[in-house]
Design a protein around this ligand. Structure first.
Ligand code: MG
Length: 413
C-alpha cells in the first residue's frame, strides 16, 4: 500500500516575534497543508487557519479534483469570512498542499498551490521546485524584467498576485506525481525560502532522515539566517509506493522504442486531469529530477579516460615488443611479449626456415623462452646471426666428424 509519512514545524520568526504567527499547517495521514496568511489585525492568522481547516474538512474525495475542490471551498470560506467582518476585509492566504490520491485505481501524489508558498520534490537526492510562485517579483522575472539574483533579494518579493480569500473564485495550479518510495516532498512558506537557499535546503533534506527533524532543522536555519517572517515547513516522505515505481519501470522497459534511461525515471510528474472550477492545470511538467548530472558525467568521463589510458599503456607495452622464439620446431619472429600479457597474446610475424635443432645448443633455451629484442630489425639481425652460427655449428660438427673418422679408422702404420 502506498504510504506517506509527514511532519511539520512552524515558528513566528525573529523579527515578528511578539506578534501572532500568520502561518498555519496541517499534517494528516494523506493530506498535508501549508498556508501563509496576509492581512492586518488578525486577518492573516484567521485566513490561514480558516483555509487549513476548510481543506482538511472538505477533502473527502481522494482525487486531484477532490483536492482542488477542497482548495476552492477554502477560498470561498476565507472570502465569506472577510466579507462578513470589516476587521478582516482584504485578508487572504497562500496555500500549498499535497495529498495521496487515486487516479484510475493507481496512487498519485497530488500537489496544488496558490501564492508563494512552495512545493518541492526531492527525488534521488535532487531537489526540484514543483510550484511556481504567484508573486509580482516572480512575474517580473518570468517577463525578463528581473534576473534570478535580483528577484531573490527584491524588497517586494512577498507581494503575491494570487491568494485564497480575495475573490469568490481563484485559479489553482496542480500536479500529479507517481509516488516512488524514497521521494520526499517539502511544503513551506516563504519564511523559509527567503532565508535559506535551495542548495542548503536540499543538503538538510538529504542529511536528516526523520521528517520531523528535517522540518525543525529547516525552521532553525531560517531563524538563524534572520527569521524575518513566520516560517513553516512540512516534510512528507513516500515510505512505501506499493511497487508502483518498479512496475512502471518494468512497463517502460518492456515498451519498444524507448531509450533505456527513460526506464530509470518512471515516476515523472504527469499532467493532472481536467479539474473542476477555475483551476489551472500545469501544462509543462516541472524540471525533471536529474540523476545524471554534469558532475557525474564528468567523473565518468575522467574515469573512462584514466582506464582507457591504463589499458592503452599496457597494450602499448604488451604489443610494442618483439622476440625471437620457436614455432613448431622452427625459429620464428613474434610481436608481443613472450607468453603474452593480460589479453594481449603475441602474434607470429615471420617464420625463418631455420630449424631449432640446427641452432647451437647454447642458444636453444634462450629461444624456447623467447629472446626479446628492441624492434623488428633487431629480431631480424638476431636471426641472421643465428643463421651464421648455425652454419658454423653444422660445419664444425661435420668437420669434427670427418676429421675424427680418419683418426679413428686409420690403420696403424
Ligand atoms: Mg510569509
Amino acid at each position: 500500500m502506498t504510504t506517506l509519512a509527514g511532519a511539520g514545524a512552524t515558528d513566528v520568526g525573529r523579527v515578528r516575534s511578539g506578534r501572532a504567527n500568520q502561518d498555519s499547517y496541517f499534517v494528516g495521514d494523506d493530506l498535508f497543508v501549508v498556508c501563509d496568511g496576509v492581512g492586518g489585525h488578525q486577518g492573516g492568522e484567521v485566513a490561514s487557519s480558516t483555509a487549513v481547516e476548510a481543506i482538511r474538512d472538505h477533502f473527502n474525495q481522494r482525487t486531484l479534483v477532490g483536492l482542488i475542490e477542497a482548495v476552492l471551498y477554502a477560498n470561498r470560506k476565507v472570502w465569506e469570512k472577510a466579507q462578513g467582518d470589516p476587521g478582516l476585509r482584504g485578508m487572504g492566504t497562500t496555500v500549498c498542499a499535497a495529498a495521496l490520491v487515486e487516479e484510475d485505481g493507481e496512487a498519485r501524489v497530488a500537489v496544488v498551490n496558490v501564492g508563494d508558498s512552495r512545493g518541492y520534490l526531492m527525488r534521488q537526492g535532487e531537489l526540484s521546485q514543483l510550484t511556481e510562485d504567484h508573486s509580482l517579483v516572480e512575474q517580473m522575472y518570468r517577463e525578463g524584467r528581473l534576473s534570478r539574483e535580483e528577484a531573490d533579494v527584491h524588497p517586494q518579493r512577498s507581494l503575491i498576485t494570487r491568494a485564497l480569500g480575495l475573490d469568490p473564485d481563484v485559479e489553482v495550479d496542480s500536479w500529479q506525481i507517481l509516488p516512488a518510495a524514497g521521494d520526499r516532498y517539502l511544503l513551506c512558506s516563504d519564511g523559509l525560502t527567503n532565508e535559506v537557499s535551495d542548495d542548503r535546503i536540499a543538503a538538510t533534506l538529504r542529511r536528516l532522515a526523520d521528517p520531523g527533524e528535517a522540518a525543525r532543522e529547516l525552521v532553525r536555519m531560517a531563524n538563524e539566517a534572520g527569521g524575518r517572517d513566520n516560517i513553516t515547513v512540512v516534510v512528507v516522505d513516500v515510505v512505501d509506493d506499493d511497487h508502483a515505481a518498479e512496475e512502471a519501470s518494468a512497463a517502460l522497459a518492456a515498451e519498444p522504442g524507448l531509450e533505456s534511461h527513460t526506464a530509470d525515471a518512471p515516476a515523472e510528474p504527469e499532467p493532472a486531469p481536467a479539474p473542476a472550477g477555475r483551476a489551472r492545470q500545469r501544462r509543462e511538467p516541472p524540471a525533471r529530477p536529474r540523476r545524471f548530472t554534469w558532475r557525474v558525467a564528468l567523473f565518468l568521463l575522467l574515469l573512462l579516460g584514466v582506464l582507457g589510458g591504463a589499458i592503452a599503456a599496457v597494450g602499448w607495452y604488451a604489443r610494442g615488443a618483439w622476440y625471437v622464439g620457436v614455432d613448431d620446431g622452427e625459429v620464428a619472429i613474434f610481436q608481443g611479449r613472450p607468453g603474452g600479457l593480460l589479453w594481449w597474446k603475441p602474434t607470429l610475424e615471420a617464420r625463418t626456415g631455420l630449424a631449432l635443432r640446427d641452432v647451437p645448443e647454447s642458444r636453444r633455451d634462450d629461444l624456447e623462452r623467447g629472446h626479446e629484442t628492441a624492434d623488428r630489425a633487431a629480431a631480424d639481425r638476431y636471426v641472421a646471426n643465428l643463421r651464421d652460427e648455425a652454419r658454423t655449428f653444422q660445419r664444425t660438427t661435420t668437420t669434427s666428424t670427418t676429421a675424427a673418422a680418419p683418426t679413428t679408422t686409420l690403420p696403424p702404420p
